[in-house]
Ligand binder design. Structure first.
Ligand SMILES: *[C@@H]1O[C@H](CO)[C@@H](O)[C@H](O)[C@H]1NC(C)=O
Ligand SMILES: *[C@@H]1O[C@H](CO)[C@@H](O)[C@H](O)[C@H]1NC(C)=O
Length: 421
């Protein structure tokens, strides 16, 4: 956008043949353009806030979300599907307060059932299953909570105590350790807390990031924890001594001055760490050497979420450019990775993506309020889930089965079960 603008500024500066009124007008116009240029060249904020994520135009946003019970609400209370699919009752699977609309162009292969709606006191910024799939952790303003995924019961609340308790402090990322005993939380206070779930006490606090922590991931052995932050870096923390290796984004010529890291992921073999950035690029480093091995370019706006496929050969990215991309990363460090599929169907920012544990489905959440299920082989939408009344900010698949969780700007988290046939 800015380059178009800059081109348009090369108009004639020859005022000699203009009448005084016109000349003044032109001078004023140039001055306004000059101010706009200065504004555009300022570095963009190196963080994105929760309010950037939620749909502020929605009447169902923020304050109202917590007040309206979703379960038991008829379909009338839900936004109509925005799939573009024809209205065919046969293709809709109707639950209480939600819709699943199926793509008529493909064979139905998935059934979705809403199991639990978990009501929170604020925007739900993040959702994450425990490695055994029995628990779901969620993060919101000043608290992280853990739910039993079978019963939907809240089993634990971890509270951020601090001097000024009246301020908003969103927990932007949560992650269970592989042994399920600890929960790491990353928040807008730039610190990572490691909680012992059994006694709700903080075991470690990792400090070093200069900006909000947006994403966390434990290695399968629990030896390391990876974090991504608005400070344009990824850190690899040793769980033994709390020391960290810093991987900083320092491209000579970044496509965008703001390279805050929104999302990190570790490949299954633990060899690669990938990071999605506000600067539109997905970068992949070698965990052992800290060397940058790949830059995946193609998105035209910030990347908010990434996930490796379980076979380690693919990576999916979700972007504010309203698309998801599937990348073949099977030849990392040997040959360049390629974008194999462009997934286009959402009507607004795509903020989150997750891959099912069998690798068959991608689920994505968007500012258009929907969750879409994509066939991982073809990149075609299988079905669209409507029900959240605001942006779907976070999503996760259970590592043990086809259960999906979503967190939304409508103050709700949801747990859905998927049946493949
Ligand atoms: C929000 O609700 C008010 C009153 O119910 C209505 O007048 C307004 O048009 C709604 N706005 C949107 C964006 O739906
Ligand atoms: C966040 O929590 C604090 C402390 O409980 C509260 O004062 C504040 O109003 C909350 N903010 C939101 C947006 O819920």
């Amino acid at each position: 956008m800015s380059s178009v603008f800059i081109q348009s500024i090369h108009t004639s500066n020859d005022h000699s043949r203009l009448n005084p009124h016109e000349a003044r007008f032109r001078a004023r116009l140039l001055f306004v353009r000059f101010l706009a240029l200065i504004y555009l060249s300022l570095p963009r904020s190196s963080a994105y806030t929760v309010n950037d994520c939620v749909d502020m135009d929605s009447n169902n946003s923020l304050g109202l979300g917590g007040a309206s019970p979703v379960e038991g609400v008829g379909v009338g209370g839900v936004d109509p599907p925005t799939t573009g699919f024809p209205d065919d009752p046969e293709l809709e699977q109707e639950g209480r307060g939600w819709f699943a609309t199926y793509n008529p162009k493909v064979k139905a292969a998935l059934e979705v059932n809403l199991e639990h709606t978990l009501v929170h006191d604020s925007v739900v910024c993040c959702v994450r299953f425990s490695p055994d799939g029995k628990f779901l952790a969620t993060g919101c303003n000043r608290t992280a909570q853990i739910y039993d995924t079978k019963t939907g019961e809240k089993t634990c609340v971890l509270v951020y105590e601090s001097a000024d308790k009246s301020d908003d402090l969103y927990i932007r990322s949560v992650c269970f350790s592989a042994d399920g005993k600890y929960l790491a939380t990353g928040a807008e206070d730039k610190k990572i807390r490691i909680w012992n779930i059994a006694d709700k006490k903080i075991r470690n606090i990792f400090e070093g990031h200069q900006q909000d922590i947006y994403s966390l991931e434990f290695s399968s052995s629990d030896h390391i924890l990876i974090s991504g932050s608005g400070d344009k870096s990824v850190r690899i923390w040793s769980m033994h001594d709390g020391s960290s290796t810093v991987l900083t984004i320092d491209d000579a010529d970044p496509p965008n001055t703001d390279a805050g890291v929104t999302s990190v992921a570790l490949s299954i073999n633990g060899r690669w760490v990938a990071a999605g950035s506000l600067d539109t690029v997905v970068r992949i480093w070698d965990v052992e050497t800290g060397k940058l091995v790949e830059r995946l370019t193609g998105h035209t706006d910030s990347v908010y979420s990434i996930a490796f496929t379980p076979d380690g050969k693919g990576l999916v990215s979700a972007s504010l450019d309203e698309t998801l991309k599937y990348w073949d990363v099977s030849g990392l460090s040997e040959r360049p990775s390629e974008c194999k599929m462009d997934l286009k169907s959402h009507k607004d920012f795509v903020l989150c993506v997750a891959v099912s544990n069998d690798g068959a489905w991608f689920a994505s959440g968007s500012k258009d309020h929907s969750v879409q299920f994509w066939d991982a082989r073809t990149g075609i939408v299988q079905c669209v889930l409507q029900g959240h009344k605001n942006t779907v900010i976070s999503t996760d698949f259970s590592p043990t089965g086809n259960v999906l969780a979503t967190g939304s700007g409508d103050f709700h988290a949801r747990i859905c079960e998927l049946w493949e046939f």
